[in-house]
Design a protein around this ligand. Structure first.
Ligand SMILES: Cc1cc2nc3c(=O)[nH]c(=O)nc-3n(C[C@H](O)[C@H](O)[C@H](O)COP(=O)(O)OP(=O)(O)OC[C@H]3O[C@@H](n4cnc5c(N)ncnc54)[C@H](O)[C@@H]3O)c2cc1C
Length: 472
């Protein structure tokens, strides 16, 4: 909480930013509330003001003012983060990049595009359609590309195209003191010093504000077939995935949904699916290679209890299938009912340990009497339990936190990570020490070097230091 003096310096900083931005510095209750919401069960957290810069120069001046005043700045893309990353935990400015949403250059001959960070994923792909190219990273939510870079997002297509880490060539960022830097280039690779591009990717707005991105593009595949099939048990479905990945079949998407999630789809999307574990699949390539991949997958799945094949080639049918999958969070919410929220776990394990991880999670949820769905980008070993929580009941909140914690420790025991794609934010701070050990102190040194006054998204990603992990 800001004391009287701090409050005054923050207010002075906000007044100076208001002079610069005019009506684009907003302090209305509605706007602050919009930026203080989240899709999970973190309490509403209001910034003191919301700033809407339109240029890198404005971002630079805002940060210089805030740095001098020690006023916190939390970058905001679309506010879809699931670990509370975009919440202005320490007050100050919510820096909303949504007006910096232009495509700056399309370079089809080099298969890349230069964009501003507030551009949304769907809008980018609409702009690119005529070029025959697309940007493949797809977290389902219509997130901003700056937010996706800052959380190192991925999603259903990462099994084929990788995560944001693999799809950014270069960026421009504004540092805490207002200095503008560029990192990377339009070349496909570089061997010149520390890789600041990849340090900023996944830094959750704690090291700098991304103001431009150069993204890799892919050709729109000639043929696409989506398909679903079901299994008697989650274990069979997961073992089918493991064998598929180990066979080297180039899946475009391979997603697990368990029987509880299917109940949610039936409720929310009127899907009419039998309530059994399903795989949602996509095959892409030339028509001949899609036919070959489909046949190979069917052969692998035939070794398990597969049934109920259904496939779709028309764009609208495929879109309906993936839109149902992308709405999984809201389908969980429908299962939960009014007043309840969804806490999403996000562990990722080596593919060989996936069956053990998923079945243990299912058993722990069942034994604890929790309502929990399982969906997973299982080709990457990444899955989410969507656990119903009653935010007004401390016992429910504690039980769900404990469940999440247990799954996270299980993932670490299996050689995995506590977050495959959603990031740390506020929700996983207590797991950073176990996952990173002595490396955490080096992360703190990086934060101190980039942001000595601690103004960038304070309270996120790094837990408070313990005496043990200080660098000698
Ligand atoms: C229904 C649903 C499904 C989802 N599915 C997936 C999924 O499959 N895969 C996945 O990875 N995620 C998923 N997410 C989570 C979310 O969409 C991602 O974390 C996304 O990358 C957040 O982008 P955003 O624009 O909403 O960022 P915000 O939520 O606004 O911000 C996220 C973080 O990025 C920082 N930030 C934002 N813009 C910038 C910038 N320009 N410079 C520096 N820092 C910045 C913020 O300070 C914050 O720390 C899902 C969310 C929902 C609601």
């Amino acid at each position: 909480m800001a004391d009287g003096v701090t409050r005054q310096t923050h207010d002075d900083a906000i007044a100076r930013i208001a002079e610069m931005l005019g009506a684009r510095l907003v302090t209305s209750a509605a706007d602050r509330a919009h930026h203080g919401q989240n899709e999970t069960d973190f309490p509403e957290t209001l910034p003191d003001a919301v700033a809407y810069p339109e240029t890198t120069e404005e971002v630079s001046r805002i940060l210089a003012i805030c740095n001098a005043a020690g006023c916190p700045v939390t970058p905001f893309g679309a506010g879809s983060a699931l670990e509370g990353q975009h919440l202005a935990q320490a007050g100050g400015i919510s820096l909303d990049l949504s007006r910096m949403n232009q495509v700056l250059a399309v370079n089809p001959e080099d298969l890349n595009v230069v964009i501003q960070p507030g551009l949304r994923r769907v809008a980018l792909n609409e702009e690119l359609r005529a070029t025959g190219l697309f940007f493949p990273v797809d977290p389902g939510a219509d997130a901003s590309l700056g937010g996706m870079a800052a959380t190192r997002a991925s999603g259903t297509t990462a099994v084929r195209y990788g995560t944001m880490r693999d799809n950014i060539l270069a960026l421009e960022a504004v540092m805490a003191d207002g200095t503008v830097i560029r990192s990377g280039s339009r070349a496909r690779k570089s061997s010149t010093g520390y890789d600041l591009t990849h340090l900023l990717i996944g830094s959750e707005g704690t090291l700098g504000v991304i103001t431009e991105l150069t993204l890799k593009l892919q050709g729109i595949p000639e043929a696409v077939t989506a398909a679903t099939c079901r299994f008697d048990t989650v274990e069979d479905a997961v073992n089918c995935v493991i064998l598929t990945v180990q066979s080297g079949l180039p899946m475009a998407r391979i997603e697990l949904v368990d029987e509880v999630m299917v109940q949610g789809f039936n409720l929310y999307s009127d899907a009419g699916l039998p309530e059994k574990p399903h795989l949602f699949l996509e095959f892409t390539g030339t028509p001949a290679s899609v036919a070959e991949q489909t046949a190979l997958f069917e052969e692998i799945a035939g070794e398990f209890s597969v049934d109920g094949w259904s496939s779709a080639t028309k764009t609208e049918d495929r879109n309906a299938l993936w839109s149902m999958r992308h709405n999984a969070h809201y389908a969980c919410q429908a299962l939960a009912g009014p007043g309840r929220r969804i806490r999403s776990t996000d562990v990722c394990v080596p593919i060989s340990r996936l069956a053990e991880a998923v079945t243990t999670a299912q058993r722990l949820a069942r034994d604890g009497g929790l309502t929990a769905t399982i969906v997973g980008h299982v080709g990457d070993g990444n899955f989410h339990c969507g656990v119903v929580v009653d935010p007004t009941d401390p016992a429910s909140v504690a039980q769900v936190a404990e469940f999440s914690h247990t799954i996270a420790h299980l993932a670490l025991d299996l050689g995995g990570t506590v977050s495959g794609e959603h990031g740390i934010g506020l929700g996983k701070l207590d797991l950073m020490s176990r996952e990173h050990g002595p490396a955490l102190a080096y992360m703190r040194s990086i934060k101190a070097a980039f942001d000595p006054n601690g103004i960038l998204n304070p309270g996120k990603l790094l837990p408070p230091a313990s005496a043990k992990e200080t660098l000698s």
